[in-house]
Write a protein that binds this ligand. Structure first.
Ligand code: ZN
Length: 77
């Protein structure tokens, strides 16, 4: 399963808006109809590498760190 880690910008306190750049390698079932319509099903993430995470508000100036899951995040908004 891909990482679902949450993040926090320690510069502005943002918990909810990030620009995440990642590289994924996936395998999926491409199901075509006879008419050529494609439906992608059963996509599996084989590998995912997070390249960068930037705060949506601070951009490159923000300092984003992974959020410890034990931290109370009930104040998100
Ligand atoms: Zn920020």
């Amino acid at each position: 399963m891909p990482s679902t880690a949450r993040y926090r910008c320690t510069s502005c306190g943002n918990l909810t808006r990030f620009d995440v750049t990642s590289t994924r390698r996936t395998r999926a079932y491409h199901h075509f109809t006879v008419g050529g319509e494609l439906s992608v099903e059963d996509e599996q993430v084989l590998d995912e590498a997070i390249e960068s995470v930037e705060c949506r508000w601070c951009g490159a100036a923000g300092h984003v760190e992974p959020l410890d899951e034990s931290v109370d995040t009930a104040t998100e908004g």
